[in-house]
Write a protein that binds this ligand. Structure first.
Ligand SMILES: *Cc1c(COP(=O)(O)O)cnc(C)c1O
Length: 391
């Protein structure tokens, strides 16, 4: 919920812009500390969800590590203060130059997604007198029960190594002398709202952990990835995801040997509820069937609705007592998919009204583009408003 004084401070700013509530971020990190880090778990933050240096500063200070999916993210994590030994590097298609970035910086671990990638990393590491620490990304064939574009742990998906390939990898590994196998890795998808897929994942991880042990590979890292969802329908009452239940599920079901550490890679659940996209109503338009509210943010600022049919709550910030009406809230971009919500109930809207599209902290600002040569938009943090409020 955005308070009246915050609204007054925001209403003087040029729209659209991203707004981050740092109290929500702090409360989220406190909960992760209490329920996850306290259990000895290593939590890597998935930078791809949001890489704002200020946000990374809070996450780093809370004791989290980094999960990167490109050489650019590895470089960014380093420049924002993460230690090389905190960085995991995942991704189904790493270029040689990106692998070298990881090797030259002696990062903690490469999460490797295919046999060919394993051979290429071995070759590059050997040529540079390096040893690459590696976790194999295994495809556990667990259905994450989420949107098909963000399901990643099924055999039909492009990610990870399938179980049938393991015997040949076990044979190959001793010859790859520049590879040090340290772990197994999983990531079954994103915006997973039920706990059940995570329970399945624990069972599969236990089986595969046992298999590696039987084959004589001593692994110290079990990385169960990320994917924990947020409640897009209730951004205020569910501002902090239920990490007690999430980490508790792993605590209950995962079987670790004394020297093994459990790693996570969370993105959305850490930053998702902290961000809003603040936008202004440009025009209202009434057709025979529909009322449209045309706002000044579009799919160029927030693509999730167009890309995954995602539904974000929209809050009218200029509180009033006008009667409720149903609107299609749409952006200005020349694409029919540029719609935030259809038939969405809001108090009657007028030109100039300020709206907050909620739960945009993850996969929001990072996916913006300048399609239509859209102008750059600002990023505003709640602690900057203290000054604005005093004006
Ligand atoms: C995207 C991604 C994550 C983070 O996913 P969230 O749903 O944001 O928690 C973790 N690990 C890997 C390998 C990823 O690609």
């Amino acid at each position: 919920m955005i308070s009246d004084s915050t609204f007054r401070a925001l209403s003087s700013l040029e729209t659209p812009f991203y707004y981050y509530d740092l109290d929500v971020l702090r409360n989220t990190l406190d909960s992760i500390t209490k329920h996850g880090i306290s259990k000895g778990y290593h939590i890597h933050y998935a930078l791809k969800a949001n890489h704002q240096p200020k946000i990374l500063g809070y996450i780093l200070a809370a004791g989290l590590s980094a999960d990167c999916v490109s050489g650019g993210e590895v470089e960014h994590a380093l420049s924002c203060g993460f230690n090389p030994d905190q960085i995991a590097f995942a991704g189904v298609g790493k270029r040689d130059i990106e692998i070298l970035t990881g090797l030259n910086n002696d990062i903690f671990c490469f999460n490797v997604e295919s046999v060919q990638e394993l051979k290429v990393i071995n070759g590059l590491a050997a040529a540079n007198n390096k040893k690459a620490r590696v976790a194999l990304r295994l495809n556990p064939n667990v259905d994450a029960k989420t949107h098909r574009y963000i399901t990643t742990g099924l055999e039909e998906n492009k990610f990870g190594i399938n179980e049938e390939e393991l015997p040949s990898i076990f044979e190959l590994l001793p010859a790859l002398t520049a590879i040090e196998l340290i772990g197994i890795h999983f990531h079954i998808g994103s915006q997973i709202e039920q706990i059940e897929p995570f329970t399945h994942l624990c069972n599969r991880a236990n089986e595969l952990n046992k298999l590696f042990d039987e084959k004589g590979f001593d692994i110290s890292v079990i990385n169960v990835g990320g994917g924990f969802g947020i409640d897009y329908s209730n951004p205020d009452s569910s501002g902090v995801p239920d990490f007690e239940h999430y980490f508790g599920t792993f605590h209950k079901h995962i079987k670790l040997k004394p020297h093994q550490k459990l790693h996570f890679e969370l993105g959305r659940s850490i930053i998702g509820q902290s961000g809003s996209l603040v936008t202004r109503v440009l025009f209202t338009k009434e057709g025979r069937q529909k009322k449209f509210a045309i706002v000044d943010a579009g799919m160029t600022e927030l693509i999730r609705p167009a890309l995954y049919q995602a539904k974000h709550e929209i809050e009218l910030l200029s509180k009033n007592s006008r009667p409720a009406k149903k609107y299609d809230v749409v952006g200005p971009i020349c694409e029919s998919s540029d719609i935030f919500r259809t038939d969405y109930e809001l108090p009657e809207l007028k030109r100039g009204d300020l709206l907050a599209i909620r739960s945009c902290g993850a996969y929001g600002e990072v996916m913006k583009s300048n399609y239509n040569l859209r102008h750059h938009i600002e990023t505003i943090y709640s602690d900057e408003l203290v000054e604005l409020k005093m004006d």
